[in-house]
Design a protein around this ligand. Structure first.
Ligand code: SF4
Length: 500
């Protein structure tokens, strides 16, 4: 599980929002979405539309708010940053603004959106009644809520579903003439909502002493599927179908267990029912299985059979090579995939084992041989550099492994190499980050080895060391970082999109 994001873009001037018409025309809802009424609520996913609409949590929150009768409207960072999708309203017109923040750069994107709307970024500058109430939730806020303490009026920890009815009641009381102070005090009483107004130190203490913690949706109680299908999503014309939340494994670099624990597996019967209900309501090309490791889901083969019998393709969010079966590869082939994506993470067996991935280069070759036999001739491999205990030999071994795959299996290969960024609440959170220079040095070393073993035209993508540095700083930023973030928003507004 990894981030996949670039630096936040420089926002352009606002437009009329008419461009949303062509986007919404292509959205097909798999179930009736209620009209909604009050309060007016801006639901922001501060990323591009294609990424945001591929996030199942965003579907859930929107649908739940609509069912509760809320006048919720969607906002994205791009292509049109400050106009709502539904009614082309401006962000600043909403009394309630909440952001779903999945990745670190999205937090900065959100600040850019507020700035563009003329809303002060600092919570303390919005204390008078005329300003909107601003909240944040999502995976990023689960691992580092402190970054937004100086910005947000409230932060939801963990799953949104169990908290939303409470929030809606709070905002309805507020809309009926309640005071801002009373609203925040009531929210502060909730065990999964941080309210920095009551004191940033107090908020941080409540996390440390456990009086505040993540809200957890009980197993099987979420909707279980996406509500929109659109060719403009990152996965194309895809129904999102949830299998599991949380992960049974604990790879020391991965934030997923910290964001979504405990593991909750949806019963196969419920998954099949959701699939069939959606298939009877809408047309879609494929099913996107939303789960950390598809191979860990007990009913996977039966589910794949059912998906195939409906004439649909399948896509897996994540695949572990040790879990990969011929059945899974056949499903991907049948869905028209020509390439398999796996993440060995490291080039040597010992470092890979250290990363929580107990499979050897020999086992990778064996599995890929099976993949090739099943008719798939290309593989995309994800690696990280800058891992704890890593030596230069480990880095060079990445090129060695890619060379072996090409030589022995004659498969087409592409590499994606990222710098390891230690994250809060993960077992490797206290490990060192290699920094820009360290990442540049390791990338250079590996590029040279790739050119030597695999030839100059070999396809390898390296992440940006500056973006990794930004991700690292945002991951660990506390409330005091608001000066730096404000500065960054200003620099990016002036066109310096690489500012960190
Ligand atoms: S197996 Fe689970 S813990 Fe390991 S990388 Fe995947 S999602 Fe994260």
């Amino acid at each position: 599980m990894r981030g996949r994001r670039g630096a936040p873009a420089v926002l352009g001037p606002s437009r009329s929002g008419r461009e949303w018409e062509s986007v919404t025309l292509k959205e097909v809802a798999v179930l009736p979405v209620p009209r909604g009424g009050d309060p007016s609520w801006a639901l922001v996913f501060p990323s591009d539309y294609g990424t945001a609409i591929s996030n199942l949590g965003f579907h859930y929150v929107f649908y739940q708010l609509k069912r509760l009768g809320v006048g919720v409207e969607r906002f994205f960072h791009s292509p049109i940053p400050n106009i709502s999708v539904e009614n082309r309203r401006s962000l600043q017109d909403f009394p309630v603004i909440t952001a779903s923040i999945a990745y670190e750069p999205d937090a900065l994107n959100f600040l850019q959106l507020l700035d563009l709307a003329g809303i002060p970024l600092r919570r303390k500058q919005r204390e008078t009644e005329g300003f909107p109430i601003i909240g944040a939730a999502g995976a990023f806020t689960s691992i580092n809520p402190s970054m937004l303490l100086a910005v947000s009026d409230f932060i939801v920890l963990g799953d949104g579903e169990p908290v939303i009815p409470f929030l809606v009641n709070c905002f309805r009381d507020y809309a009926r003439g309640g005071a801002r102070e009373k609203l925040l005090k009531t929210m502060d009483e909730h065990p999964s909502i941080l309210v920095p107004e009551a004191g940033e130190e107090k908020a941080l203490d409540s996390l440390k002493n456990g009086s505040k913690g993540a809200a957890i949706t009980p197993c099987g109680q979420s909707l279980g599927h996406g509500i929109w299908i659109t060719p403009n999503s990152a996965f194309g014309d895809t129904l999102l179908l949830e299998l599991q939340r949380g992960c049974m494994r604990g790879c020391p670099y991965c934030v997923l267990p910290a964001c979504f624990s405990p593991l909750r597996q949806r019963p196969l019967e419920a998954v099949l029912q959701a699939l069939e209900k959606c298939a009877s309501q809408a047309t879609f090309a494929q099913v996107g299985l939303v789960t950390p490791e598809a191979g860990d889901y007990p009913g996977l083969d039966e589910l794949l059979d059912r998906i195939e019998s409906l004439g649909k393709g399948v896509s897996f969010a994540s695949l572990r090579i040790d879990n990969l079966t011929p059945r899974m590869v056949r499903s991907l082939r049948g869905s028209g995939r020509e390439s398999l994506t796996i993440a060995p993470e490291a080039g040597t067996d010992s470092l890979r084992l250290h990363c929580g991935k107990p499979f050897t280069n020999g086992q990778i070759l064996d599995k890929l041989e099976m993949v090739r036999r099943e008719g798939m001739k290309k593989v995309k491999l994800y690696f990280m550099v800058g891992l704890p205990t890593e030596t230069d030999e480990d880095v060079l071994a990445i090129a060695g492994l890619a060379g072996m795959i090409r030589k022995e299996l004659h498969m087409g290969i592409s590499l994606s190499v990222n710098a390891f960024v230690p994250k809060p609440l993960t077992p490797w959170g206290s490990q060192a980050f290699i920094g820009i220079r360290g990442a540049e040095r390791k990338f250079k070393l590996l590029k040279r080895a790739i050119a030597e073993y695999l030839g100059k035209g070999f396809e390898a993508r390296f992440s940006s060391p500056r973006e990794a540095e930004l991700e690292y700083r945002l991951s660990w930023a506390g409330p005091e970082a608001v000066d730096w973030m404000e500065n960054l928003v200003e620099k990016r507004k002036r066109g310096n999109k690489n500012a960190i």
